[in-house]
Design a protein around this ligand. Structure first.
Ligand code: NAI
Length: 306
C-alpha cells in the first residue's frame, strides 16, 4: 500500500475546498492519485458574496504538481447546482467515486436573537447542501456498486456550544443523514462517515475573544493545522476502508478520536405505569446521576492538542 496510489483512478468532489480544511483535503487527494472537482463559492464567512479565486488557486496548484482537477464555483445549497457538480465530475473525468461534504458558513448568535435568515442560511449550506451533493451522486454509486461519502459534523453539534443553535442543529442533522445513507446504501458497497475536525481556519478565526479563557481556547486552536484532517479523509475514501461506515471520527492535530453514538444508558420502570408526580419523585431522581451536564465542546476536549 502506498499513499501516492491510494486513490488512483478515483474521482472526488470536495465541496468548499478553496480554503481551510477542504483545500488541504483536495490537495492530498490529488497527491494520492484522485482527480478532483474543487468546489467553492468563495463567499464571506457568513455566506455573502462570491469569489472564483480560492477554488481556481487550488486547481492551479494541483495542476502545477502534475495532478488533475477542475474548478466549480456554485453553491451546495442549490440542488440543481449540486447535481451539476456531480455531472461535471462525470463529464470531465468519467465518473464519481468520492463525495466530501465540507462546505460551510457560520452565523453565530445567541438563540433569542437568531433570525430566520440566520437559521435558513446555515441549515441550507450544511444540512441541505450535504443532502444535495450526496443525493446527486447516489444513482451513480448504486449503478457502479461503490462510493464513499465523507460528511463534516462538529463537536458544536455532538457536544454543544454557545450561540450556534443553527449550526449545531445542522451538524447533528448531518450525523443522522450520514447514518441513514450508510444503512440505505450498504447493499451497494457504499460507505458514509462523519468527520468532526478541529482546525485553525477562517471559520475558527471568527471566534470572538472576550476573555482570557477565550484567548486560551483560540491560542489552542491556532496550533491545530487544517492539513491534519486530510489523511483520515483520504483513508476513509480509499477502497481499503470498505468496512468502515456509519462512524463519527474527530481529528484534533495528531489525535484521531472515534466518537460514541446514542445508546440507552439507564431506564426506570413501574409496573403500574407513571403519573407526572411519580416521574418527578421516582424516575428523575433515579436517572439524575446518569444525566449529562450542560457541557460545551471545550469542557470535554479540555486537554492541550497532542
Ligand atoms: P472555511 O471557512 O475555512 O472553509 C469553508 C469553505 O466553504 C470556504 O472556502 C467557503 O467559501 C466555502 N463555502 C461556504 N459556503 C459554500 C457554499 N454554499 N457552496 C460552496 N462552498 C461554500 O472553514 P473550515 O474550518 O475549513 O471548515 C470546513 C468544514 O469543517 C465545515 O463544514 C465546518 O463546519 C467544519 N468544522 C470546522 C471546524 C474547525 O475547527 N475549523 C470545527 C468543526 C467543524
Amino acid at each position: 500500500m502506498s499513499d501516492n496510489t491510494l486513490l488512483a483512478g478515483k474521482v472526488a468532489l470536495v465541496t468548499g475546498s478553496g480554503r481551510g480544511v477542504g483545500r488541504e483535503m483536495a490537495l492530498m487527494m490529488a497527491r494520492c492519485g484522485a482527480k478532483v472537482i474543487v468546489n467553492d463559492l468563495g463567499g464571506s464567512g457568513t455566506g455573502e458574496g462570491a469569489d472564483k479565486s480560492p477554488a481556481q488557486e487550488v486547481v492551479d496548484l494541483i495542476k502545477s504538481e502534475g495532478g488533475e482537477a477542475a474548478a466549480n464555483f456554485d453553491s451546495v445549497a442549490d440542488y440543481k447546482a449540486a447535481t451539476g457538480m456531480i455531472e461535471q465530475a462525470v463529464d470531465t473525468f468519467g465518473r464519481i467515486d468520492i463525495v466530501v461534504n465540507n462546505a460551510g458558513i457560520l452565523r453565530d448568535v445567541i438563540f433569542h436573537k437568531m433570525t430566520e435568515d440566520d437559521w435558513d442560511s446555515v441549515v441550507n449550506v450544511h444540512l441541505k447542501g450535504s443532502f444535495n451533493t450526496s443525493h446527486a451522486a447516489s444513482t451513480h454509486f448504486r449503478k457502479q456498486q461503490s462510493g464513499r461519502y465523507i460528511h463534516f459534523t462538529s463537536t458544536s453539534g455532538l457536544i454543544g456550544n454557545f450561540g450556534q443553535a443553527n449550526y449545531s442543529a445542522a451538524k447533528l442533522g448531518i450525523v443522522g443523514l450520514s447514518k441513514s445513507i450508510a444503512l440505505d446504501m450498504a447493499r451497494f458497497g457504499v460507505t458514509s462517515n462523519c468527520i468532526g475536525p478541529f482546525a485553525w481556519s477562517r471559520m475558527t478565526s471568527s471566534i470572538p475573544v472576550k476573555s482570557d479563557a477565550d484567548k486560551e481556547r483560540v491560542d489552542r486552536i491556532k496550533t491545530m493545522g487544517a492539513e491534519k484532517i486530510a489523511p483520515v479523509v483520504v483513508a476513509l475514501a480509499s477502497d481499503e476502508a470498505a468496512d468502515i461506515s456509519g462512524q463519527i471520527i474527530c481529528v484534533r492535530r495528531n489525535e484521531i478520536v472515534l466518537m460514541s453514538q446514542s445508546r440507552p444508558i439507564t431506564s426506570m420502570q413501574r409496573n403500574e405505569g407513571w403519573t407526572p408526580t411519580t416521574v418527578l419523585e421516582h424516575a428523575f431522581p433515579g436517572m439524575r446521576p446518569r444525566m449529562y451536564p450542560l457541557d460545551r465542546s471545550q469542557d470535554v476536549f479540555n486537554w492541550d492538542p497532542v
